[in-house]
Design a protein around this ligand. Structure first.
Ligand code: AMP
Ligand code: MG
Length: 422
């Protein structure tokens, strides 16, 4: 194997494993991500949410013909008067889908509608608002420019040129663009297969009445939802008890079936050694304490041939570490190229925030537009990593950088939306 081993990495890299900076962790993970290579052909509609595995080459010029950008009259510029007016007979019409037969006769005009094919010989479109039309003739004033209001064949896209690039995600705009080229099927990467399970003796699944000390497993549901949103093929492997033999069996089964294995729980202090031992046997894993809140413990590595993300157990930590580390990694593995970091921007924060320097914080927050039209952000309230409601109420994260201390109301803070527009 040419890939650098994870063990090499943990030795070679200059970082404190008990306080790994967020950016460093992202950078290290990125080194190991080789995208899926298998592809399949799908119908253009089914391509929504998939990643293109080949450039989409335009089989035609777009637009296919010189056409009018306006409702008006197609003329020869040389028939117009530089100063004063000219009156031309109207030879016929060119409607969208119903062209004028033949070339534009000398010293005449053709009535043309938006999208109508420009008759041969015509080089200028005069807007209908700028003419006087009466009795089969049209009077055109001065001030026209040669070539105005005319869209040239191939102006948007030339036949043979790439309309879309390999690695691009197919959104509704791409579906429409592919359809506009008359292409029925496209080549996409196969979906990334992701297996996941929850660990913990205290967990019960919905449908079971929890006994004292037991709680419902929610992480499997959030993880399932986040994976579905990314277009992954998901394998929900249920809850696995904190039992070495059961965990080993679950890891082996997951690694055999999937490209990526995600677990939650069992990586915090007290449990880490046990899971660590197991994973060192089954693969190669680096355990990190990330300098972040929430989501401090995180494991990353390989189990068998699968990538492995060991997320913390607390429900909010699961979502934050998923969005901040796993999401981009899965996009990259799915063939997305490039994977741009989720955009952030700065707005004034109306809450007062407590923050200790030394770690990156991802506070759950609500971005709103006030009656004055200004955007501001406020936190959702209690920020405990077990309070899943803080994620549900939030529409964004406030990202407080490592060196940041307490925040007073009115300070500009960095905000990252949780929801894309598309
Ligand atoms: P752990 O890292 O396994 O010690 O878990 C940390 C905390 O998260 C504990 O309070 C767990 O009960 C809780 N937790 C772990 N897994 C889940 C889960 N799947 N759903 C809800 N809470 C969980
Ligand atoms: Mg646990």
């Amino acid at each position: 194997m040419n890939e650098p081993g994870l063990r090499d990495l943990s030795c070679a890299d200059d970082y404190d494993p008990n306080s790994m900076p967020v950016d460093k962790a992202r950078e290290v993970i990125a080194r190991f991500l080789t995208p899926v290579s298998a592809t399949e052909r799908v119908h253009v509609r089914s391509a929504l949410g998939r990643v293109l595995a080949a450039d989409v080459i335009s089989p035609l010029d777009v637009p296919a013909h010189d056409n009018s950008a306006m409702d008006g009259y197609a003329v020869r510029f040389s028939d117009l008067a530089a100063d004063g007016e000219v009156t031309l007979p109207v030879a016929g019409t060119a409607f969208a889908g119903a062209p004028f037969a033949g070339p534009l006769p000398a010293a005449q005009a053709v009535r043309i509608m938006t999208g109508g094919v420009v008759p041969a010989g015509a080089d200028t479109i005069v807007m209908q608002e700028h003419v006087n039309a009466a009795g089969g003739r049209v009077t055109i004033g001065k001030g026209n420019r040669k070539g105005q209001n005319l869209r040239r064949a191939g102006e948007d896209l030339r036949a043979g040129a790439p309309a879309l690039r390999r690695g691009q995600a197919v959104r509704p705009a791409e579906v429409g663009l592919i359809a506009s080229l008359g292409i029925p099927e496209v080549e996409v990467y196969r979906r990334l297969r992701v297996a996941f399970f929850s660990t913990g003796d205290e967990l019960v699944s919905i449908g079971t009445v929890p006994k004292e000390g037991q709680i419902y497993d929610s992480n499997r549901y959030t993880i399932h939802g986040m994976l579905e949103r990314l277009g992954c093929e998901v394998m929900d492997m249920g809850v696995v008890r904190d039992d070495p033999a059961l965990l080993e069996a679950a890891f082996e089964k997951a690694a055999e079936a999937a490209d990526v294995v995600i677990t939650s729980g069992g990586v915090s202090v007290g449990e880490a050694d046990f899971v660590k031992e197991l994973l060192n046997k089954l693969g190669q894993v680096v355990f990190w304490k990330i300098a972040m809140k929430p989501g401090r413990p995180l494991a990353y590595g390989r189990v068998g041939n699968a990538h492995f993300f060991g997320l913390p157990g607390n429900p909010v930590s699961v979502m934050v570490t998923f969005y901040q580390f796993v999401r981009d990694a899965l996009l990259k593995l799915s063939g997305r190229d490039p994977v741009e970091p989720t955009p952030t921007f700065k707005v004034p924060c109306t809450s007062s925030l407590r923050k200790a320097p030394g770690r990156t914080e991802f506070q759950r927050a609500i971005l709103t537009r006030g009656t004055d039209g200004q955007m501001t952000v406020r936190v959702t309230g209690e920020q405990g990593s077990g309070i899943l409601r803080s994620m549900s109420e939030a529409n964004c994260f406030i990202i407080l950088p490592t060196d940041q201390g307490n925040v007073t109301p009115g300070t500009l803070v960095e905000v990252q939306l949780m929801e894309g527009v598309i």
